[in-house]
Write a protein that binds this ligand. Structure first.
Ligand code: NAP
Ligand code: F7E
Length: 330
């Protein structure tokens, strides 16, 4: 039986990935921060077989201790301060958690395996880093593994550090360390601070008569939105290859925030334009205008392709929010 350790277990991807690994017969450990983390109950409810360990990406000792306890075959570093908007308000924390956190996990692996090149080499613990299309930022679309990074937020900059340190530890110590450059992926488990879930939840609530209006910022930015359940499969596949490498993961399809709002309100039979307000305070100091993946390397080398398309994703999210917000749930 393989063992995996997932940081960021309480997040959207942590829960999807642990489900996938449990189905595959893994023993799954999840790193959770803080005392009385309110999201513990969600994890215990959705994926009760995950074994929870306490730790924090800003605390090296806790990471070493988690790896010692779990003795994993694979470590997935999904933990991050992941909300781009917030990263301008908390740039130092973002750098510490999202950037240096990856370095601390890599060092914890080396510490537990013995910090020499041969012990850390490909027979040892395999490491996945959750890199992001935000690293591309202002680089022209479509973006692939050869595209130069031009991050536009403290979050994007922190992810570039984490990405390069992953590559560097692979090259320096022969570690089996992979970086998945994932484009936006969503679903009913997405946090309500992100635009897709903010829209799906509002469309459901407006339809049900428990909310009147929805306030948004930039409607013109375009993203390559896929389904999180499809993307965790790609994370796993990267660690099953003969050699470690980095891969771009996305659908190749690109839609604006406006398109998403239109589609979500269409799912509940409403015209989105009648319900949307604009608030310039939701604009970002620097925006990423267009992200669109060229995931041909992953398609060829991993045999990965997305199963859920844009319309399927929108309706999946709206349907779940109708169920959550409906009279039966109140
Ligand atoms: P998410 O839902 O925001 O989850 C982030 C996780 O990180 C949460 O479990 C959070 O724990 C944890 N975390 C935050 N600060 C921490 C700390 N100091 N120590 C330990 N854990 C900490 O993010 P997601 O959507 O699942 O994304 C997973 C990863 O992929 C993240 O690294 C994200 O940056 C990256 N990514 C996401 C996307 C996407 O579209 N979803 C695309 C590319 C890359 P709490 O519950 O305690 O806050
Ligand atoms: O914004 C615009 C906003 O916050 C998408 C994270 O998972 O994906 C995510 O980052 C777009 C931006 O996601 C609102 O300006 C308009 O252009 O949903 P978001 P994101 O910034 O793309 C990447 C790949 C990650 O790695 C990140 O961790 O939508 N937008 N109006 C709005 N965005 C929000 N949040 N709220 C609005 O009201």
């Amino acid at each position: 039986m393989k063992r995996a350790l997932i940081t960021g277990i309480t997040g959207q991807d942590g829960r999807h990935l642990s489900e996938l690994l449990l189905q595959k017969g893994y023993e799954v450990y999840g790193l959770m921060r803080g005392q009385h983390n309110p999201k513990r109950a969600i994890v215990e409810d959705e994926v009760p077989d995950v074994r929870l360990l306490e730790g924090d990406l800003t605390d090296q000792v806790s990471l070493i201790s988690a790896i010692q306890k779990c003795q994993p075959d694979e470590v997935f570093n999904l933990g991050a301060m992941s909300f781009v908007s917030l990263s301008w308000n908390q740039p130092e924390l973002t750098g510490n958690v999202t950037g240096l956190g990856a370095l601390r996990v890599l060092e914890a692996i080396r510490n537990v395996q013995g910090a020499n090149a041969s012990a850390a080499a490909s027979s040892g613990i395999r490491f996945y880093q959750a890199s992001s299309s935000e690293m591309f930022g202002a680089a022209p679309a479509p973006q692939n593994e050869a595209t130069l990074f031009h991050p536009r937020s403290p979050y994007g900059v922190a992810k570039v550090f984490a990405h390069h340190i992953t590559v560097n530890y692979r090259e320096s110590y022969g570690m089996f360390a992979c970086s998945g450059i994932l484009f936006n992926h969503e679903g009913p488990r997405r946090g309500p601070e992100f635009v897709t879930r903010k829209i799906s939840k509002a469309a459901a609530r407006i339809k049900l008569g428990v909310q009147d209006r929805l306030t948004l910022g930039n409607l013109e930015s375009k993203r390559d939105w896929g389904y999180a359940g499809d993307y965790v499969e790609a994370m796993w596949l990267m660690l099953q290859q003969a050699r470690p490498d980095d891969y771009v993961i996305g659908t190749g399809q690109c839609h604006s925030v406006r398109d998403f709002a239109e589609a979500a309100f269409r799912c509940v039979g409403l015209n989105w334009e009648e319900y949307i307000d604009y608030d310039s305070s939701l604009l970002r100091p620097a925006e990423v205008d267009v992200l669109q993946a060229d995931a041909s390397k992953a398609r060829k080398a991993l045999g990965w392709s997305p199963k859920v398309d844009f319309d399927g994703l929108v309706s999946l999210m709206v349907e779940k929010d109708l169920e959550r917000e409906g009279p039966a749930a109140r």
